[in-house]
Design a protein around this ligand. Structure first.
Ligand code: ATP
Ligand code: MG
Length: 405
């Protein structure tokens, strides 16, 4: 079939009332971004549907790109023809003939947005159904579970026919929920948390702590590579790397073993919070899962959370490791995540961390430290890299980085 376009049906957009226009605009921008290297396409965002006019471009190639765009409920390769019943019948038949095999069943479903059209949906269903049966008498109609489904939409600018509908990525268009930070380690959980945040429309900026020379270039590269994997859902992502060596060395020297982890995490969160606020982020996402390790007990989360009132969202909090891994495999981050490069927490991990730390004790130990100085020096050393889907890292000039903070 010579499809003329891809018809996109929106997801939850339809429930968003007044915000609808901005949701559609954002989705339009995100769709245009993933299709930017197909210059022949014409994208028409309408109130209930988005139409991508193929202009000769291969439908399969376009649909493959659409799979990663959040905010799309489903899409169909479609053909647009004049609103002429004879032509509609012939086109429907042709579509069915392409898929027909003995024993298969069919159904015609019509929707009519243009109520001026001379036939109503029942009349169209019957007329087209009869025409198909006349030409392929063995083909049975089946209303509940047809093998071949022909959708006909009578719209103002023409009749649209499609026979296949593919599920989209669901969720909300990235950017419609505002901006937030994702605390990205090199592990399995935080990239999954980032994916889930983006699925709800959040634009994420990565914050990654690294501790040279204790952590290698490979560990940093791994976090950046994970970010590249996630850019397919977002277009481009800012990667903010924060030096953590001095803080970790200081804590290791001055804080009792049982509280090493808690105090380190409190510093990470303080820094993330400051950076996020300066960059107008509204929340912090991380990859914590309740009970997974000592630093992720509820007591521990409370002791760490004490340093900020910014909402901390933990998309994988209630998932089992196997459930998280399933998503990591789906988004193709798993193989990278399990590469064995030490991350800063592994190296400074105490052998016996407290599973039930208290806020009072954590604060007490921090009184011995020059918290402000440590924080300011770490902030002064951050680097921001713009990571694009095409692996083209663009290191921003130092002056620009200062302007951002
Ligand atoms: P992950 O698989 O995401 O590394 P994890 O199970 O290894 O998680 P932890 O190492 O305890 O768990 O980390 C918990 C969360 O803290 C991570 O999911 C991440 O959000 C954040 N985090 C840990 N290390 C770093 C880091 N080096 N830089 C930024 N965030 C980090
Ligand atoms: Mg980790």
């Amino acid at each position: 079939m010579n499809y003329t376009e891809i018809m996109i049906r929106y997801g939850e957009l339809s429930t968003k009332g007044k915000n609808r226009r901005s949701f559609i605009d954002r989705l339009h921008g995100n769709v245009a971004k993933v299709l930017q290297d197909f210059p022949e396409l014409r994208i028409h965002p309408k109130r209930d549907r988005m139409h991508i006019n193929l202009n000769g471009t291969d439908a399969q190639a376009v649909m493959k790109r659409l799979q990663v765009v959040f905010g799309i409920q489903n899409y169909s390769p479609s053909i647009r023809i004049d609103k002429d019943l004879e032509l509609i019948k012939q086109t429907a038949l042709q579509m069915i003939q392409e898929q027909y095999q003995p024993g298969k069943t069919f159904k015609i479903t019509t929707k009519r947005a243009d109520h001026e059209f001379e036939y109503d949906t029942n009349q169209i269903n019957l007329a087209v159904g009869d025409y198909v049966s006349d030409h392929i008498p063995e083909l049975q109609a089946e209303m509940r579970r047809p093998d071949i489904k022909i959708r006909i939409e009578i719209r103002f600018d023409g009749a649209y026919l499609s026979s296949q509908t593919f599920p989209g990525a669901g969720g909300l268009p990235v950017g419609t929920a505002g901006k937030a930070a994702l605390m990205l380690s090199g592990g399995i959980d935080s990239p999954v948390a980032g994916y889930l945040a983006m699925k709800r429309g959040v634009e994420v900026e990565m914050i990654h702590f690294y501790s040279p020379p204790y952590t290698s270039e490979h560990a940093l590269q791994k976090a950046q590579d994970l970010t590249v994997k996630l850019t397919k859902y977002a277009g481009h992502i800012q990667f903010i790397q924060v030096p953590f060596t001095e803080i970790q060395e200081t804590i290791k020297k001055q804080v009792p073993e049982g509280y090493l982890m808690t105090v380190q995490r409190r510093f990470m969160l303080r820094l993330t919070d400051l950076i996020t606020k300066k960059r107008h982020g509204l929340a912090i996402f991380n990859g914590e899962s309740v009970g997974q390790v000592a630093s992720q007990t509820l007591e521990s989360m409370a002791a760490i959370n004490d340093v900020t009132t910014t909402p901390i969202i933990r998309p994988v909090a209630t998932m089992d490791k196997t459930e998280i891994i399933k998503i990591a495999e789906k988004i193709d981050t798993f193989d990278l995540s399990i590469q064995p490069f030490e991350d800063c927490c592994t190296i400074f991990a105490p052998t016996r961390p407290k599973t039930k730390p208290t806020i009072t004790k954590a604060r007490e130990y921090e009184e011995q430290l020059d918290v402000e100085g440590l924080i300011n020096r770490a902030l002064a050393g951050i680097k921001i890299i713009n990571i694009t889907p095409f692996d083209h890292y663009l290191e921003q000039k130092n002056s620009e980085i200062e302007a951002l903070l």
